[in-house]
Each structure stands twice: as structure tokens, then as C-alpha cells.
Design a protein around this ligand. Structure first.
Ligand SMILES: C[S@@+](CC[C@H](N)C(=O)[O-])C[C@H]1O[C@@H](n2cnc3c(N)ncnc32)[C@H](O)[C@@H]1O
Length: 330
């Protein structure tokens, strides 16, 4: 682990780089593109441009999850803080921390000083956000971890207080059911008895609402999807031509998940030189870039209970589209 991003002059701020061999070496890309059907790990969306595009997506009229979750937080953040009591906050996939500010406000009112530990693979977004937060929250200390959360969870600084681990934006829906099991076990292991886990989840609803959210009329989601190819070109010295691909997002009713794919528009061979990888794509063949699973609360509650994270309380919006689920490690 490197400590090259810490500023010794600023005792309120530290950022550790916890990248891994697998993510840095691109082994996961080689694996995903060598199998049939082809897939890519969705965290490759998030270079600087990808993070900016995701911020734009959050404001789109069709993209209901962000504003719905924000509404629930605005209504209940203080209740959440009062319920957990004093806590340090750890956040997985924190991004711009925009919605988290509502929780930071509530915890500042409750306890004054505390530590926020944001974790994100998008280092530029993580650092820019941390500096904004330090300016806006004079009582806050930040210990950021730059890297994939699966690894960062092993590098959390020692806990001085009880912890609230936050995972918003229904990012858990990007994990397959098998990955989710490993992830929940990891969450349970990284918490101490009495610590809390706050999970934002997108719920099952009508197909038109779901599909529109990933096929916006301004085509920002399409640009976000195609940007993953620019990121791969940059990171691994590749020659993907994004113009040879098309965005495709649909709801898989059987698996209750949105699937985002890139469709190859022609027969083509693409190289990622630094990975020594040649990818052959047939016309209409797809690369699946993301799944976004949609949840049902009874099954999810059972699952969380099963993995040692029993649900304490659930808050929802009026339409029942999104939920915030608070669990406590027993
Ligand atoms: C869907 S966005 C959600 C951002 C924010 N939490 C929200 O609710 O709006 C996912 C965020 O998680 C980050 N991310 C995705 N996969 C990750 C991983 N495996 N490890 C660390 N960060 C990840 C991305 O960089 C991005 O900021």
C-alpha cells in the first residue's frame, strides 16, 4: 500500500492508494473478453470522463434512482443518525458524495467532529470531492482510499468509533448474485459487532420506467457506455473504435436486471497491446458492460439476515421505487 497521496501539512486529510495487481494488470479484462458471451467489469466505466458522465446521468429526467434516493435521505437522514448514534462514516463507491452530504450534515449536527472514509476506484473524482468536502465541513476529517472496494475493505484504518458503512446508488445491483454473496461476507467481516450498514437499493417496478432510465433521450447513457472503450484504449494501449459499436440496454425479466451491452456493428479484430490481447468480434456480437439488478425487499432482507447483517429499519419513497435499508452487525 502506498501513502503517496497524503498531505502531511493537512492533518484532516489522507488518501491511500490501494490498487491491486488484478485490476492494475487488466487480468479481469482479459478474462471477460476471452469468454463467451463477452463481458467487462463495470468499474472500467469510471475514468475521469466516465465519472463526469455518470454525474450527468444522475440529473437526467429519465434517471429516477438518484433523485428518489436523495428524497429518502433528505426525509430520514437525521432519523438514521439519531438511530445509529455517534459514528465514523465509511462509503463504498462514493463518487461525488453528493447525496452523502445529506448524511454528513445529519452526523455533523449529531456529533460535531468525525471521520469520513470514502472509497472509490475513480481517483480524480475521489480527491476532488475530498477537497470540496474539507472546505465545506470544517469539523470533518477524511481518510480516502483509492481503489476497488473489494481490496480497500482490507485496508480500512483502525476504527476509533462505531462505524456506519454506506453503499448508495444501488451499486450493489452491479454485482451478480454470486459476487453479492462474497461481497456481503466481506462487509460482515470488515464490521465490528454493533456497526451499521446502510444500503441503497433500486426496487422492481414497471419495465417502461426501468428501460427508459438506461435509454435516455439525450443519449448520455449511450456515451457513458461507449466511454468504457476509450478508457480501455488509454489504460491498455488499445485500438477499439467506439464508432464501430452501439449502446444497447434492456430489462431481463427473468433475472430482474437491466443489462447494458455494446453491440459490435461489424466483424472486427481489436487489440489491447499492453495485455497482449486480440479480440475477435462478429457483427451483432455483444460485450456486456453492466448489470443493474432490481431488488425485492423480502428476499433482500432474508439475504442480509443470512449473512449476519440483520435489517433494523427500511425507508422508502411514496411510490415504493427505491429503499434505504439499515442493517446492524450482530
Ligand atoms: C453507480 S456510481 C454511484 C456513485 C454514488 N455512490 C451515488 O450513489 O451516486 C458507482 C461509483 O462506484 C465506483 N465504483 C464502481 N465499482 C467500484 C469498485 N469495484 N470499487 C470501487 N469503486 C467502484 C465508481 O467509480 C462510482 O463512483
Amino acid at each position: 500500500m502506498k501513502y503517496d497521496l497524503c498531505d502531511p501539512k493537512n492533518s484532516r486529510y489522507c488518501c491511500d492508494n490501494v490498487q491491486t495487481n488484478t485490476s492494475d494488470s487488466g487480468l479481469d479484462v482479459v478474462r471477460g473478453l476471452s469468454h463467451h458471451p463477452k463481458t467487462l467489469p463495470s468499474y472500467y466505466f469510471y475514468d475521469q470522463r466516465g465519472s463526469e458522465l455518470f454525474e450527468q446521468i444522475c440529473g437526467l429526467p429519465e434517471y429516477y434512482p438518484t433523485r428518489t434516493e436523495q428524497g429518502i435521505l433528505a426525509a430520514y437522514a437525521q432519523e438514521i443518525a439519531n438511530l445509529t448514534g455517534k459514528c465514523d462514516l465509511v462509503e463504498l463507491g462514493s463518487g461525488s458524495s453528493r447525496k452523502t452530504r445529506i448524511l454528513l450534515d445529519a452526523y455533523t449536527r449529531l456529533q460535531g467532529k468525525f471521520t469520513y472514509i470514502p472509497i472509490d476506484v475513480s481517483t480524480t473524482m475521489l480527491q476532488a470531492t475530498a477537497l470540496d468536502l474539507l472546505a465545506d465541513y470544517p469539523q470533518l476529517s477524511i481518510h480516502a482510499l483509492a481503489g476497488v472496494y473489494e481490496i480497500a475493505l482490507h485496508h480500512l484504518p483502525p476504527a476509533l468509533e462505531q462505524r456506519l458503512l454506506i453503499f448508495l446508488g444501488s451499486t450493489i445491483g452491479n454485482l451478480s448474485p454470486q459476487e453479492e454473496v462474497i461481497f456481503l461476507q466481506q462487509i460482515e467481516q470488515s464490521l465490528s459487532v454493533g456497526d451499521y450498514f446502510l444500503l441503497g437499493v433500486d426496487l422492481q417496478k414497471d419495465i417502461t420506467t426501468l428501460t427508459s432510465a438506461y435509454n435516455d433521450s439525450q443519449r448520455i447513457t449511450a456515451e457513458f457506455n461507449l466511454n468504457i472503450l476509450h478508457h480501455l484504449n488509454y489504460k491498455f494501449n488499445g485500438n477499439f473504435n467506439p464508432e464501430n459499436f452501439e449502446h444497447w440496454a434492456f430489462y431481463n425479466q427473468e433475472l430482474h436486471q437491466i443489462e447494458m451491452h455494446l453491440i459490435s456493428l461489424e466483424n472486427q479484430v481489436v487489440k489491447l497491446c499492453d495485455l497482449d490481447l486480440e479480440i475477435t468480434l462478429m457483427a451483432r456480437e455483444t460485450i456486456r458492460t453492466e448489470i443493474s439488478r432490481k431488488f425485492e425487499l423480502t428476499a433482500l432482507t432474508k439475504q442480509l439476515d443470512h449473512y449476519g447483517l440483520p435489517v433494523q429499519k427500511i425507508w422508502q419513497d411514496e411510490r415504493g421505487w427505491f429503499a434505504l435499508v439499515l442493517c446492524q452487525k450482530q
